[in-house]
Design a protein around this ligand. Structure first.
Ligand SMILES: [Zn+2]
Length: 367
């Protein structure tokens, strides 16, 4: 295709798909996990280190980057890929979620969201058109439509009104998006925890026509069973030949369940944030490296892991670094957790390819 991003479904296992996502910055095998690179960096990691985990697409945050260092500055310096020296794909969020969770004095109107920066109190206006423009300045391979993340819990009428606003904003986002080869824009399904609203939202987005479809506003306290129920309500209403992205999810078990229900893309701060607080995802379950039981343990964190933390160091050393507050603790544990997530995704892809997803159980991923 001359425009947009390519997506091919290579194999299926039930509702799950093995796919290839083609962007201006490379091909990504799906299902895939996108590490979060909030401020033009995956915290505690070099770009080479991120790529070594197996990640080929990152998430960048529009809200953070527009405030500091500024989208125009990044554009003048060659775009986000060059600025952060990440040659692979980048998806940027729209800023909608973070303006709700971080900014002060928000005022939501039909036009957009007026807010004050959490950094210096400066005033800003984020609209669908401005969000798409910022994402173009950053050079995102995948742009996200600007939406309002419906809070939870919320009355049904408010969830419906919020979804309707997001759909009007989706239409404006799509209209503002400049078509470029290898670049695409995703719409975001909203509707809270109401299956009928989710289906309506999906139908509205499909009528507008997007390169891919995200499921937003979940994993914010509704519980895994409800998250899965909303995915099951939404996925059949989405085109089979376009990628599906579950935003902000999640724990390994959430990802496995969502892949089984037909989701192709994920992002979450969990592996990186946990790595900076001494938490590790391992094939024998989650571990807290601050715990004194690791102090004399010469064994590796996870003997089956290929990452630098597991191939070079003992649990005792990682415990020491964590207790001492050493920067290397964050670096090694983040590398480990991202490697765990990358290997989980590779395991899911192999299971779909082999047609044995039903019996798939990645060690430590939980039920
Ligand atoms: Zn490791």
């Amino acid at each position: 295709m001359s425009c947009g991003i390519g997506f091919q479904v290579v194999a299926r296992a039930g509702a799950a798909r093995l796919g290839r996502l083609e962007t201006a910055h490379g091909v990504i095998d799906t299902p895939t996990f996108m590490p979060v690179g909030t401020a033009a960096t995956v915290k505690a990691m070099t770009p080479e280190g991120v790529a070594a985990t197996g990640a080929r697409i990152l998430l960048g945050n529009t809200y953070h980057l527009m405030l500091r260092p500024g989208a125009a500055r990044i554009a003048a310096l060659g775009g986000l890929h060059r600025f952060m020296n990440w040659p692979h794909a980048i998806l940027t969020d729209s800023g909608g979620f973070q303006v709700m969770s971080l900014a002060a004095l928000r005022k939501i109107t039909e036009q957009g969201v007026e807010f004050r920066s959490h950094l210096d109190g400066s005033r800003h206006l984020l609209t669908p058109e401005r969000s798409v423009e910022i994402q173009r300045l950053l050079g995102a391979d995948i742009t996200m439509a600007f939406d309002e993340c419906t809070p939870f819990p919320v009355e049904r009428e408010q969830a419906a009104a919020s979804m309707e606003l997001s759909m009007r904003w989706a239409e404006r986002s799509r209209a503002a998006f400049a078509e470029r080869p290898g670049h695409g824009i995703f719409g975001i399904v909203q509707g809270g925890v109401h299956a009928d609203l989710r289906r309506q939202s999906a139908a509205r987005l499909v009528a507008i026509g997007f390169d891919g479809y995200a499921i937003g506003g979940l994993a914010i306290g509704e519980g895994q069973a409800t998250t899965f129920a909303m995915i099951e309500a939404t996925v059949p209403a989405l085109p089979a030949d376009r990628p599906r992205y579950l935003m902000g999810v999640g724990k390994p078990a959430d990802i496995v369940g969502a892949v089984r229900r037909g989701v192709d893309m994920f992002d979450c701060v969990l592996p990186t944030r946990s790595g900076r607080t001494g938490q590790a995802f391992t094939r024998s379950g989650a571990l807290n490296l601050r715990n004194a039981r690791h102090a004399d343990d010469p064994s590796p964190l996870d003997p089956d892991c290929r990452c630098p933390a597991c191939t070079g160091f003992s649990r005792a050393y990682l415990h020491h670094l964590t207790k001492a507050g050493e920067i290397l603790a964050s670096m090694l544990l983040t590398a480990h957790n991202l490697t765990y997530y990358a290997d989980l995704m590779a395991g899911l892809r192999a299971a779909i390819a082999a047609g044995r997803l039903e019996e798939f159980a990645f060690p430590g991923a939980g039920p």
